[in-house]
Design a protein around this ligand. Structure first.
Ligand code: CP
Length: 317
């Protein structure tokens, strides 16, 4: 690949990345993937650095894989338990970030219910900030691991037809995927009931349909999104059963698709609502591969932001 140098202190969203920067992350992740398969799954790339996981919302996959990624790079890792922290006493995000930074940390990985929270934090601290999901805005490392998995499976992204199906309105994963897939040359369709399609989504490069058959026809891959009951997805549809009948991915529906269609889901899955267990655990599903690939992709992101920061510091001297 062409020589591109990562210069960004942070990873805040896919919207702010060039195609070359996305490709650099995927290329770097490929070499870290090899590290994760070794008997001793560790390299000294971030030895002496400290990564803080600051998650204001629940997480299983993202939080654990950021922790593993940092540990595989030999960084020290602190997981902040928000419920047991001074956030409960009303401390602001900026004060929390500045106080964490005063403890000499290098990277803050933040998940927050407010869109734009990582951007605010990034302006308030010199440490690198990595967005682990902010409100309905972006989940950049999820999109990166999705395209990494798709590329590993199909060999390329350019020219693919990818449909994103489900609760688009409340989904940061949808937005980051539309940006990433579009920048890498895929054609993206989003499919959901009208109430779950946000206004203006086509402006960021997605074709819109409310017809599942149309979304599935000719698709090389589908990324099926969770109904976000904690964010009112449920008000958009009369019942979960109705949703499954009209938009749920079943084996019958898959049989009418391309034989090797790749089935993705960022997790956690609502089985029997957005897809059947047969599909989730079936031969087209790469859902657990996505989770595994999350470690290598997050290693790449932590490595790149850390080295860009080091380079900037050296240039100042
Ligand atoms: N995909 C994803 O963000 O999962 P978690 O909420 O478990 O991190």
């Amino acid at each position: 690949m062409e020589k591109v140098i990562w210069t960004k202190k942070d990873l805040l969203g896919i919207e702010y990345l060039s195609r070359e920067e996305i490709e650099l992350i995927l290329y770097t992740a490929q070499s870290f993937k090899e590290v994760t398969t070794r008997q001793i799954k560790k390299v000294p790339a971030l030895r002496g650095k400290t990564v803080v996981n600051l998650f204001y919302e629940p997480s299983t996959r993202t939080r654990i894989s950021f922790e593993l990624a940092a540990k595989r790079l030999s960084a020290d890792v602190i997981n902040v338990a928000i419920e047991a922290s001074s956030v409960r006493k009303g401390e602001t995000l900026i004060d929390t970030g500045r106080n964490i930074e005063a403890l000499n940390i290098d990277i803050i990985v933040v998940r927050h219910n407010c869109s734009g929270a990582p951007n605010i934090l990034s302006r308030s601290v010199a440490a690198s900030v990595v967005n682990a999901g902010d409100g309905w805005h972006e989940h950049p490392t999820q999109a990166l691991l999705d395209v990494f998995t798709l590329k590993s499976k199909l060999g390329h992204i350019d020219g693919l037809k990818v449909s994103i199906i489900g609760d688009i309105a409340h989904s940061r994963v949808a937005r980051s995927n539309i940006w990433a897939l579009g920048k890498l040359g895929a054609a993206v369709t989003v499919c959901a009931p009208k109430m779950l399609i946000p206004e203006g989504i086509e402006k960021i490069g997605a074709k819109v349909t409310n017809d599942l058959d149309e979304a599935l026809e000719g698709a090389d891959a589908i990324n099926v999104l969770r109904m976000q009951f904690e964010r009112d997805s449920v008000v958009a549809f009369p019942s979960k059963l109705e949703y499954f009948k009209q938009y749920g991915i079943t084996r019958d529906r898959l049989e009418k698709c391309k034989k090797n269609i790749v089935v993705m889901h960022p997790g956690p899955i609502n089985r029997g609502i957005e897809m059947s267990s047969e599909v989730a655990d079936g031969q087209n599903s790469v859902i657990l591969e996505q989770v595994t690939n999350g470690i290598a992709v997050r290693m790449a992101v932590l490595y790149l932001v850390s080295h860009a920061k080091k380079r900037r510091e050296q240039e100042k001297v």
